[in-house]
Ligand binder design. Structure first.
Ligand code: ZN
Ligand code: ZN
Ligand code: ZN
Ligand code: ZN
Ligand code: ZN
Length: 249
């Protein structure tokens, strides 16, 4: 969305307090909240604004006054004082957006969403759970399991899992790879690779040299298109990678 549209939408919901200034200068009765970028937000307009963006398929938020400043979802929830019901409804809407897969995770304890914009440590704090517990509560960005204290996390595959989960889908409509995750793990040795989008869907793993289909993850043999695109792989946690025999379709 262009920055002009971004501003216009914010004006429609009277999102930013006049002159971006301190509380008291907004419209009467407007409850202002201070965003992380230093601008005051009219909290009354926040929910409608978020809803309008989600309706347009935009699952991430930034300050209309300083568009380079992201507003993380958990920050908006804190500012917006959404009811549990409104929050759950908005979060359900975020979760179905393809553009949100890489930057959101659901807290395993409270089921609320946590957003992050850059790859970072796997140990991810949940604000509401930390407030409730009165101490830092975290979970793993990779496997989505509890990670309450600073002890090392058990599963060495979690960074791999995080990368696989965060990879966007390939957008290349004429290609047979369209809709596949842009990152795959070799179904045999878990080496990460992505498709060049040239040639056939089958790829050779640079590590173990097995041949598999980038679409369905089936290992070599007689293979015919169209096969079913396998979803993002699960390589850690409760479920293991599904190995489909090639040519089984
Ligand atoms: Zn700002
Ligand atoms: Zn939580
Ligand atoms: Zn983990
Ligand atoms: Zn391999
Ligand atoms: Zn296949």
């Amino acid at each position: 969305m262009a920055s002009g549209q971004w501003r216009a939408l914010a004006e429609q919901f009277q999102l930013i307090c006049p002159s971006g200034g301190a509380p008291g200068v907004g419209s009467p009765g407007a409850l202002p909240g201070l965003a992380s970028c230093g601008h005051w937000v009219n909290v009354a307009g926040l929910q409608g604004w978020v809803q309008a963006l989600l309706d347009q398929g935009i699952p991430s938020f930034r300050c209309p006054r300083c568009p380079e400043s992201p507003w993380l979802w958990q920050e908006l929830c804190k500012l917006g004082l959404f009811t549990d019901e409104a929050r759950a409804r908005l979060e359900a809407q975020i979760l179905v957006q393809e553009g949100a897969t890489g930057s959101y995770r659901q807290c395993p304890r409270c089921q609320r969403l946590v957003q992050r914009l850059e790859p970072g440590p796997l140990r991810t704090p949940c604000l509401p759970c930390s407030q409730q517990a009165r101490r830092l509560y975290c979970f793993c960005w990779g496997c989505g399991r509890d990670w309450p204290d600073t002890s090392p996390h058990a599963d060495p595959r979690c960074p791999l899992q995080a990368a696989l989960h965060d990879a966007p889908k390939i957008q290349a409509p004429p290609s047979s790879l369209h809709g596949c995750p842009s990152l795959r793990a070799c179904p045999r040795c878990y080496a990460l690779l992505s498709h060049t989008l040239q040639g056939y869907p089958s790829v050779i793993c640079p590590e173990c040299h097995c041949v598999f289909c980038y679409r369905c993850l089936g290992l070599s043999g007689g293979h015919r298109l169209p096969c079913q695109i396998a979803d993002r792989q699960l390589v850690c946690g409760r479920e293991a990678v599904t190995l489909l025999p090639m040519g089984a379709q």
